[in-house]
Write a protein that binds this ligand. Structure first.
Ligand SMILES: NC(=O)c1ccc[n+]([C@@H]2O[C@H](COP(=O)([O-])OP(=O)(O)OC[C@H]3O[C@@H](n4cnc5c(N)ncnc54)[C@H](O)[C@@H]3O)[C@@H](O)[C@H]2O)c1
Ligand SMILES: [Zn+2]
Length: 553
């Protein structure tokens, strides 16, 4: 396969090739072509007419022409005819040009679907002959299917569609494409998404798709790491990312060690740090060695804290694998561990040599973790980058399907937003970095009052952004139209706008305990226009309380 920008769906009639293909095309933002419809259009004849006039040979010839033409197109999903895989010429053309996915179904499912399809426009030509042929139609389907199965088995991926809706089957195809058929054009050099300039120097944020293994080792060498590299990752990402990092570093000729912590926030403690310090000491780690954090925000914060403190600082590289880490925690130099009293209570500002972001890792991130990551990404757009909001609004489907180029681009733009703010206000002194707290005042309140196991951080931030928008409107700062646009976006990305199971009073109480209260007055971040936020003080308490109440589900 030479490129990932074509998908061919093959399989028996009744496996849902057209309906699924149409949906896949919409998810990816590609064109959809039904091979038989294409032939009918090109020839000006119905399929039965071609069979009657030119025989099966004539139809197969037209099929070869159609596949050759379609294989030359870009960003296209083709639903092939039932027999297309039987022709060697078509098969090799499709396998060379893109990803071939076979849709499967049991004969009973096929029979049921074909019976239901009779009478649908376009279905007659292909469906009726199979049902009308002599003998029992079920038997006919079974034997035809047996005859063809060897050819369908040559597809690169198979999706069993029994019991799946069109939507579910389409998502399975997109998932296959993400894993097997992603665009090779993106596998080259990563994009320099941003540079972060801080007191201690300047470092790049590199973003790409499927770049981890090819890039990490060489980039470590470029960054002047001449000693050994010590990877810290968690139990969920060690396969495949920790191992890929290890291979990459090894291939670059550097010695490499790997430490795996249990996945989850519970690992972000001084105890875990202590065990890792011990490991580093046993390995006689020196200052020319480096720590490589491969994982989400938990690994990044913990490994960053360790790098900042071990030998008073050794080199650090961030390889974020969660969306939260890619767009937020890996950039900006905040490292920390939690204490029983509160999260992130002990920490240091400490920057990496570089950040290497392989956006293809998002393909394995659990759905809810991906979703909460979008909250911070939407926040970056709404508060700081109007162009990002444009992309979110116009290409949500493709983003939610993790279309590689677009996803890498959006991750890169988010990194750039965060990098710019950090560069201009490294230590949160000028107030600029505060703008990143949009949605976080009420968000933290919801998170704390509901208990940290109820809402993920990003989910609470989504509720908080809804609150901030309404409060901003009530305070006369945020335009009503913006409140609505934000609500649509949150919904589109599957994020909550309200809370449940917790009392508004508990949230207000938690908010008043939050550290961002200075001299009794909360600084509120409100949207002033799309992509622009500002800091506002003097918001009346009753307005705040009223807004918190409106957020209750
Ligand atoms: N330093 C900062 O500026 C900053 C900013 C935001 C958040 N944080 C911190 O980040 C943490 C939250 O980050 P998070 O949401 O990434 O949490 P996380 O690191 O716990 O990752 C979430 C879950 O996803 C798993 N995972 C990560 N990448 C994966 C992948 N590609 N495939 C499959 N599974 C994967 C993890 O193992 C974990 O189970 C919190 O501790 C928070 O305090 C820090
Ligand atoms: Zn946040």
């Amino acid at each position: 396969m030479t490129t990932g920008s074509r998908i061919f769906l093959v399989g028996f009639s009744g496996t849902g090739k057209s309906a699924v293909g149409r949906r896949v095309a919409r998810l990816l933002g590609w064109d959809f072509v039904d091979q038989d419809e294409y032939i009918v259009e090109r020839s000006g004849m119905a399929v039965e007419q071609i069979f009657a006039g030119e025989g099966e040979d004539g139809f197969r010839r037209r099929e070869r022409e159609a596949i050759t033409e379609l294989a030359a197109r870009d960003k296209v999903v083709v639903s092939g005819g039932g027999g297309v895989m039987l022709q060697e010429a078509c098969r090799s053309t499709m396998l060379d040009a893109g990803l071939v996915v076979a849709l499967e179904a049991r004969p009973e499912t096929i029979f049921a679907r074909l019976t239901a399809a009779v009478g649908e426009p376009g279905a007659e030509g292909m469906v009726r002959p199979m049902l009308d042929a002599d003998g029992d139609p079920m038997e006919r389907i079974e034997s035809l299917k047996r005859e063809r199965q060897w050819a369908y088995a040559l597809a690169e991926w198979t999706v069993s569609t029994d019991g799946l809706s069109v939507e579910q089957a389409a998502h399975e195809v997109v998932r296959a494409w993400r894993r097997v058929g992603r665009a090779s054009t993106l596998q080259g050099d990563p994009l320099l998404a941003a540079t972060v300039t801080v007191e201690t120097g300047i470092y790049p944020v590199l973003v790409g798709w499927d770049i981890l293994e090819s890039q990490l080792g060489p980039r470590l060498r470029d960054a002047g790491v001449t000693g050994r590299a010590f990877i810290i990752c968690d139990s969920n990402v060690v396969h495949p990312y920790g191992r890929a990092a290890q291979r990459s570093i090894h291939k670059a000729g550097l010695e490499v060690g790997l430490f795996i912590i249990p996945a989850g926030e519970a690992s972000k403690t001084l105890e875990t740090a202590g065990v890792i310090y011990q490991w580093l000491a046993e390995q006689r780690v020196e200052r020319r060695d480096a720590i490589v954090a491969v994982g989400g925000g938990v690994v990044g914060d913990l490994a960053g804290f360790i790098a900042a403190t071990y030998l008073r600082g050794i080199k650090l590289v961030q390889v974020p694998t969660s969306l939260t880490a890619m767009v937020d925690s890996s950039i900006g130099g905040k490292t920390a561990v939690d204490l029983p009293a509160a999260k992130n209570l002990v920490g240091a500002f400490y920057h990496p040599e570089f950040v290497l972001t392989d956006a293809s890792a998002l393909a394995t991130l659990p759905a809810r973790a991906l979703q909460e990551g979008w909250a911070e990404a939407l926040k970056h757009g709404l508060a700081l980058d109007a162009d990002l909001v444009d992309i979110y609004e116009s290409k949500a489907d493709q983003l939610l399907a993790l279309e590689p180029e677009l996803t890498a681009e959006v991750v890169a733009r988010n990194a750039a937003v965060k990098a710019r703010i950090v560069t201009e206000d490294e230590r949160e002194t000028s107030g600029l970095r505060m703008l990143l707290n949009y949605g976080h005042t009420m968000g933290h309140g919801v998170e704390a009052a509901a208990g940290y196991d109820t809402y993920l951080h990003g989910e609470a931030v989504a509720v908080g952004m809804t609150g901030a928008a309404r409060l901003g409107m009530a305070f006369g700062v945020t335009p009503a139209e913006l409140v609505e646009r934000q609500a649509l976006l949150l919904r589109r990305f599957g994020l909550p706008e309200s809370y449940t199971g917790v009392e508004p009073e508990a949230i207000l109480e938690a908010m008043s305990r939050d550290k961002k209260v200075s001299a009794g007055q909360v600084s509120w971040i409100f949207l002033e226009s799309i992509g622009r936020a500002g800091v506002h003080r003097g918001v009346p308490q009753d307005l705040i309380a009223q807004t918190v109440r409106t957020l209750r589900d």
